[in-house]
Design a protein around this ligand. Sequence first.
Ligand code: PXP
Length: 258
Amino acid sequence: MKLGVNVDHVATIRQARGVRFPDPVFAASLAELGGAEGIVVHLREDRRHIQERDVRVLRDTVQTRLNLEMAADEETVALAARIKPDLVTLVPERREELTTEGGLNLFSMQDKFKRTIDFFHEKEITVALFLDPDVKQIEVAHALSADIVEIHTGRYANTRVDSKARGVELNQIVESAQLISQSKMGVSAGHGLDYTNVTQIAKISEIAELNIGHSIIARAVLVGIEAAVREMKHRIDHSRMGLSSGTTPSAHRSGSPA
Ligand code: PXP
């Protein structure tokens, strides 16, 4: 089973300050060093985290596979066709949502999805559709010639451990994965997967790839804090080596920049 790592929330931290770091491009390289078999970014219409520049640079630097999540709007489709990620994942997008809250409703705009999928196929870009574990949506995806269905695992992830609801959600994911596979489409899954709830999903043999973002970036922040603080302490202590206590560095005294 492959792991695609979503680095959106590295960009969320950068955008919170409007500066140049942390750079999701660096994060993507480190994720690949750690074993990620794909890099995922969501270029949202409101550009709240990933920027066009990130996708362009990632296109050049990603060594594995670049998966661009996007809404099927005209402007983003044209941009994706220019940048040419290895894979696009079409997702629903609402400005006011905190994250992608559900799968696509393919019934509402079948013609538009068909045109978009055909267009990407002409450009030799693989197309995944992000769907709830729903048999009817999967059947439409097949009819529209989607290459991959990514199953939205958010509802499963939001249920309580060992609850009846979790069992029900898990069954739907298993049945959906089987149907997608029988329909000769690739099966991936993601959203809300973390270090505890991933195990049941990872056991589903039909699923070829999991796409995970928030829990990995959140874990990286915590496991990295100790080393990051130690490095800053070291730099501060190193700068003061040779100073007798209470002495002001000459650069500071003269007012020149440090
Ligand atoms: N897959 C898709 C299609 C998504 O939209 C997202 C969230 O951007 C993910 C996977 C990753 O979800 P999470 O950040 O909850 O792991």
